[in-house]
Design a protein around this ligand. Structure first.
Ligand code: MN
Ligand code: MN
Length: 465
């Protein structure tokens, strides 16, 4: 009788579990090596522009060429399309014609940060600052009293573009936003977190050294401009055509005595971007053409010329189709897309926000997400049972450790990804990605096991979907 019961348990019950119980020593070695490469990607990609730059370097080392309109391509050819230095699409041409569809993975490489306002530079109380505008969803109090770096480009009066990278190299100065001392905290203690540190307080401290005559005004500001001018040829008006991003300082680091986790700025969504890129690099004998996308502007709605809504996507895929005399609509109709984006990992310290039975867990593998969205799934793509079933079977057959997820308790908030913008184009799409602790914080945490399984998921999609 007892034996019969156990057989039934074996047969009927779903038994998700910790991935380490399924990890062989050989696989663990590969996982650690993969994560070392991923950390290098993070350290070289603090902004979407730098991610694209580093992606091109990696791709060219592996034989990818820049795509030019009308380029003649054959099976096995590898190309990339650089969209204005801020987004990129890479393709490996498969054996089948494009009307059989393509296998797509789409992640984003923009991350929450502080952008500069158009007129950013000012002096007050003999201190010089940049005024900022937050980009994406941040909890503002997390950005005070921590070292910051500045990256980006400035287009000068004469049309020339200069690159600015300050704070990342050993010996570079860094920047900071002040916090209020606890001794005088009564001024803000009664306020909610959001009101105690509002966005307009996030002014970046640039310096304090006055220059020139003691009776002059704004001598610290002038001192900063003098440095910017000597180093980059910048005058104050040039800051109007600048795209400078203020991001948390520091490199990606292993976390924990056992080194099983990685903390870094911008795991969302560079952890999935790198997984799909490495997956495409390593995928063998592609039947269908594989396309990997680094999209920009996801954190503000995927809008604009470099976002997932941009027709740049149609231009690139359309031009590949034209080369094979295929209608792009036939290509889309038969395509499969994994929208590769992070999910919120269950956090026992904030258990009240989560739904323990359905949220993703650290070390339980790549997380599939049928729907994101707010309230009654508003803004979700909501993958069909057929699409979820297809991915599930693919992963089980390939031995990839995966879990199902959603996002916290109902009506407790929500989130979005690029999934719906691919699905809107008549492409079967599902979200899958790495569970993250403290998502959107300046320093986010992920598990190495989940990073590695997400890479294996992407590789399997390119090879088998
Ligand atoms: Mn994301
Ligand atoms: Mn995000």
């Amino acid at each position: 009788m007892a034996e019969k019961k156990n057989n039934l348990k074996e047969k009927l019950l779903y038994k998700p579990g910790n991935g380490y119980d399924k990890l062989t020593p050989a696989e663990e070695k590969k996982m650690i090596a993969y994560c070392e490469d991923y950390k290098k990607f993070l350290d070289n990609g603090k902004t979407e522009r730098l991610c694209v730059k580093y992606c091109i370097k990696l791709a060219e080392e592996r034989g990818f060429r820049e795509y030019k309109a009308g380029m003649k391509l054959k099976t096995g050819d590898k190309v990339y399309f650089n969209n204005r230095g801020k987004a990129i699409m890479l393709a490996v041409i498969g054996k089948e014609k494009l009307d059989h569809g393509i296998n797509l993975t789409a992640a984003h490489t923009d991350a929450p940060r502080l952008d500069l306002k158009p007129m950013p530079l000012y002096e007050e109380a003999e201190l010089a600052y940049f005024k900022t505008h937050h980009y994406g969803g941040i909890r503002k109090y997390q950005w005070v009293s921590r070292p910051l770096e500045i990256y980006g480009v400035v287009v000068l009066k004469d049309g020339k573009t200069v690159e600015v990278n300050v704070g990342g190299d050993e010996g570079d100065p860094q920047f900071i936003i002040e916090d209020l001392l606890p001794h005088l905290r009564k001024a803000t203690d009664e306020k909610t977190l959001d009101k105690a540190v509002p966005s307009e307080v996030l002014n970046v401290l640039l310096g304090s050294r006055p220059i020139g005559d003691k009776d002059d005004k704004d001598r610290v500001k002038l001192g900063i401009l003098k440095i910017l001018n000597e180093k980059y040829g910048i005058v104050e008006e040039d800051l109007i055509s600048a795209e400078l991003e203020v991001v948390p300082a520091g490199k990606a680091r292993d976390i924990g005595f056992d080194r099983s986790l990685i903390a870094a700025y911008g795991h969302d969504d560079r952890v999935c971007a790198y997984a799909e890129l490495a997956g495409l690099f390593d995928a063998k004998n592609l039947k269908k053409t594989g396309v990997c996308i680094f999209a920009d502007k996801e954190e503000i709605g995927s809008v604009g010329v470099s976002g997932m809504l941009s027709q740049a996507f149609e231009w690139f895929i359309g031009d590949l189709c034209k080369g094979q005399k295929v209608d792009i609509r036939d290509c889309f109709k038969n395509s499969f897309c994994v929208s590769a984006d992070v999910t919120a990992a269950y956090d026992p310290n904030y258990a009240e926000a989560f739904e323990v039975r359905n949220d993703s867990k650290i070390n339980h593998g790549v997380s599939f997400c049928k729907y994101t969205g707010h309230g009654g799934k508003s803004g979700a793509s909501d993958a069909s049972a057929e699409v979820v079933g297809k991915l599930r079977k693919l992963m089980n057959d390939a031995g990839v450790v995966w879990q199902m997820t959603q996002m916290g308790k109902n009506d407790n908030g929500g989130g979005g990804t690029v999934a719906l913008y691919l699905a809107n184009r008549n492409i079967d799409t599902i979200d899958a990605g790495v569970p993250v602790l403290s998502m959107h914080a300046p320093y986010e945490t992920v598990a190495k096991f989940d990073c590695y399984m997400t890479y294996k998921c992407m590789k399997t999609v390119f090879e088998k979907a």
